[in-house]
Ligand binder design. Structure first.
Ligand SMILES: *Cc1c(COP(=O)(O)O)cnc(C)c1O
Ligand SMILES: [Zn+2]
Length: 448
């Protein structure tokens, strides 16, 4: 089957703890219904004795696995043999020190870094997860796959599916998908099904469809996807010369990334490859702030895995009773029932994490600043800078602490939000086009 005997799957519920080999495609514990983790018997893996050894693979980039920003770290996600590993060149990202954006959030020059995950093949960080999950799909012999998506998952799944020869179906909510993302799903040849409902409705349907039809599920419930997303943290450290930043800031949607980041640091600490763990700040949009509410107001905590399910159930029952549907211009984080909630609580525990929510207005302003001074990003990504501005104002983050914000998706993903902000002069950083008669003198008068 091409499995490594070094990896297995384990239920995160300490009261269950069931273990399974990696040859099975499951997306929830068949015994208790909780999330599953990929786990490793580290003594069976030859993990390099220092992190800088991974960086040496830059010298052998003609090896496709060393070129991949995911598989360059393969010992840290060692669940399948090399023949099944899928890569289309994901993870060629850069960490940019950005002093102009630092100034906007009142940080000292030299302290703020932007991790541009929009540079991935499909334009979002999702590709890190897909290269790992599709490798698992190949290992278990999957023939067709599916996902629910706010947009980027479907774009990434569609791209990887056709490069692996898998059939793929993506489920999207009605009218809530950014045009860049929808155009990708269609152009990459995915069967695209638009459900009359929101993302949370799609998420529920896709799980039943996958169970009934035996399709391989590619949402972040899939534990192998999160294994690929751990590498975003390795690459941030790599670009800091293997130093550890003080803070990682990430937008929170379905909470796969935050969960993966916490797991990455937990494992590196266990392996003795790092001494300290950075703090994690997860940023919601105010119109989709389940995590913020549960953690800051309802005091929901990891508690060694014994999460108080009653608090979650009551909260979700209340959302249902109110017929609540999340709303934010940051469509990638427009989610009110995040599937990785419990793993995210674990990440908050591991990384002494905090959670904040920012308004759409704050997101759009931050996005314009990132665009003007950096490489640009989509709205959800800009929540990180909007959140950092809050954390600076509160004094939670110091002006000279070293902060890395994960810019999760490319600017071109959501042209509508960008054009509306600038053309309709919606904010202080709007940069609308100027209309002028077809006349040389008039035109010249305008040039500043
Ligand atoms: C998926 C996505 C998110 C949300 O990430 P989670 O891991 O689901 O919390 C944020 N930003 C972008 C651009 C995304 O595509
Ligand atoms: Zn279980």
């Amino acid at each position: 089957m091409g499995m490594t005997d070094a990896a297995y799957q384990k239920c995160i519920n300490p009261g269950c703890g069931a273990e399974f080999d990696c040859g099975q495609a499951m997306f929830k514990c068949p015994k208790c219904g909780e999330l599953l983790d990929a786990r490793y018997n580290w003594d069976k893996i030859e993990v390099p004795s220092q992190l800088s050894d991974f960086g040496k693979r830059w010298a052998t980039r003609n090896n496709r696995l060393d070129l991949s920003g995911v598989w360059r770290f393969r010992e840290l996600l060692n669940f399948c043999s090399d023949e099944h590993k899928v890569t289309i060149g994901e993870g060629q990202t850069i960490l940019q020190q950005n002093d102009a954006v630092a100034k906007y959030v009142d940080m000292k020059a030299g302290s703020l870094y932007l991790e541009y995950e929009g540079l991935n093949p499909s334009g979002s960080f999702k590709d890190n997860g897909m290269s790992a999950a599709f490798s698992h799909a190949m290992m278990v012999g999957a023939k067709s796959c599916a996902c629910a998506s706010t947009g980027n998952t479907s774009a990434s799944v569609a791209l990887y599916a056709h490069s692996c020869g898998l059939k793929c179906t993506v489920f999207i909510g009605s009218g809530r998908i950014a045009f860049g993302k929808l155009s990708q799903a269609m152009d990459y040849g995915a069967q695209t099904i638009q459900i009359q409902g929101d993302f949370d409705d799609c998420m529920r349907q896709v799980q039943d469809v996958c169970t009934k039809l035996g399709l391989y599920l590619l949402n972040s419930l899939n534990p192998f996807r999160l294994e690929g997303q751990k590498t975003i943290m390795y690459r941030i450290m790599e670009q800091l010369g293997w130093e550890i930043p003080d803070w990682i800031i990430v937008p929170g949607g379905n909470l796969g990334n935050s969960s993966a980041f916490g797991k990455a640091f937990l494992e590196l600490k266990e392996l003795g490859l790092i001494k300290k763990v950075p703090r994690l700040a997860i940023i919601n949009a105010t119109g989709a702030d389940t995590l913020t509410d549960l953690v800051n107001n309802k005091k929901l905590v990891w508690n060694d895995g014994n999460v108080d399910q009653k608090i979650i159930d009551e909260y979700y029952d209340d959302l249902t009773a109110k017929n609540f549907s999340p709303h934010t211009c940051a469509s990638a984080i427009e989610i009110s029932r995040p599937v990785n909630l419990k793993k995210c609580l674990r990440a908050i525990d591991v990384c002494d994490g905090i959670v904040r929510a920012v308004t759409d207005e704050e997101i759009c302003d931050a996005k314009a600043i990132i665009g003007k001074y950096g490489l640009g990003c989509e709205p959800a990504s800009a929540a990180t800078i909007a959140g950092l501005k809050h954390l600076r104002a509160e004094g939670v983050v110091g002006a000279d602490e070293r902060v890395a914000c994960v810019l999760t998706g490319h600017l071109l993903k959501d042209p509508n939000v960008t054009v509306d902000y600038h053309k309709e002069s919606q904010g202080p950083f709007s940069n609308p086009p100027i209309e002028v008669a077809n006349d040389l003198d008039e035109i010249i008068k305008l040039i500043k």
